[in-house]
Design a protein around this ligand. Structure first.
Ligand code: F7E
Length: 349
């Protein structure tokens, strides 16, 4: 039976990849976790009793730990989703972001090269590598122009993946993944922050209670959002093509944060309107809705300078036509269905 090592399994992508491979393959899965004083198994606890699922202790900042696992498992696939993936924090912890996001990838590649050179290696790449975009939509030929320590780390990782592919003939690829979200998204990312806030606010309204608004930064930034479930399927297809090519995965649509806010509130029946300018701008509940539902608070969203970034990626808009044609990858979730799924999940939690 073949073996796969997946890192980052406590997060969104790693845990969905475990689900995907349990369901669609007969691979032996080695889910890599870092030692934490409070283990976080919530996204993969459904597999803990499965004989095909094993936990392995591995830390991308520690090459010994990677070597030990790779030497023992001799993986056929190594899927690296471990990273400090929150762009906003990458200015506060730039060294750690770069160490795990770029140097950590060298540690994995070295280990694979020495102990399991037949292994197919995937590293999570990002549309943040395009950063200050030169044209839209962005495809595989778009130049790199990162705007954050996170984006710079992903660019460095892409170069090193290519160097190892060309120097050692490894099957090593890094996809260009645009934003992808789900109910398992971390609460610091804007989509989840909004859907969690919407659920909190509608629950307060139903109880006749006052509520605090959601505090957001730049609501005019545009993102190309997909469902993470579609992306794990795309990544698996990328790893199983004949030759190691790198592809963009994206929805081929772009929407502002503002639109996400409006759609998420609409999902729970709340209509709002934007008013004010700059940092004084707010999204407030419509007067009609407030009167009809006897709502005590009126502001749903407030702009808060605390959430502006030192440098912003204003527009991301992908072109994944190559992946659709060459890999036969077909995303199933629309933007609207994604928002619906996330709001529904937060309402139930
Ligand atoms: O921000 C704006 C923020 O943190 C999206 C990661 O998966 O996708 C993700 O990176 C946008 C930015 O994701 C708030 O300024 C406004 O323009 O949800 P995000 P991200 O930075 O796009 C890429 C492809 C990755 O690779 C990353 O790993 O939303 N925004 N107000 C806000 N963002 C946050 N987080 N919080 C706010 O209050």
């Amino acid at each position: 039976m073949k073996n796969v090592i997946i890192t980052g399994i406590s997060g969104q992508d790693g845990s969905y990849m475990v689900d995907h491979l349990i369901e669609n393959t007969n691979l032996n899965i080695f889910g890599a976790v870092r030692r934490l004083s409070k283990p976080n198994y919530s996204n993969f606890q459904q597999h803990l009793n499965n004989k095909r699922f094993n936990l392995a202790t591995l830390d991308l900042s520690d090459s010994q730990s990677i070597d030990n696992v790779v030497r023992e498992v001799k993986p056929d696939y190594f899927i690296n989703f471990a990273a400090q993936s929150f762009v906003g924090s990458s200015w506060q912890i730039p060294e750690q972001t770069f160490d795990v996001g770029a140097v950590g990838v060298i540690r994995c590649l070295e280990s694979v090269r020495q102990y399991s050179p037949h292994c197919r290696f995937y590293n999570a790449g990002s549309s943040e590598e395009f950063g200050n975009v030169k044209y839209s939509p962005q495809d595989e030929n778009h130049p790199f122009s990162p705007r954050s320590p996170y984006g710079a780390a992903k660019c460095a990782a892409r170069h090193i993946v290519k160097v190892y592919r060309e120097s050692y003939n490894l099957f090593a690829v890094q996809g260009y993944l645009f934003n992808h979200e789900s109910p398992r998204r971390g609460e610091e990312f804007v989509t989840r922050k909004i859907t969690k806030g919407v659920a909190r606010i509608i629950k307060s309204i139903k109880k006749g209670e006052c509520f605090e608004p959601i505090h957001l930064g730049n609501v005019d930034a545009k993102r190309d959002w997909s469902h993470a479930l579609d992306f794990v399927d795309g990544v698996w297809k990328m790893l199983n093509q004949e030759k190691p090519n790198e592809y963009v995965l994206s929805s081929n649509e772009t929407h502002t944060i503002r639109e996400f806010v409006e759609l998420a509130f609409k999902e729970v029946g709340i209509e709002g309107f934007w008013h004010g300018q700059g940092t004084n701008e707010e999204y407030s509940i419509s007067t009609e809705y407030a009167i009809r539902n006897e709502v005590n608070s009126s502001v749903l969203v407030k702009i808060d300078p605390k959430f502006f970034r030192p440098a912003e990626v204003e527009l991301l808009f992908g072109n994944s036509n190559k992946a659709r044609q060459e890999l036969g990858w077909t995303p199933k979730w629309s933007f609207h269905q994604l928002v619906k799924d996330m709001v529904a999940s937060d309402l139930n939690s």
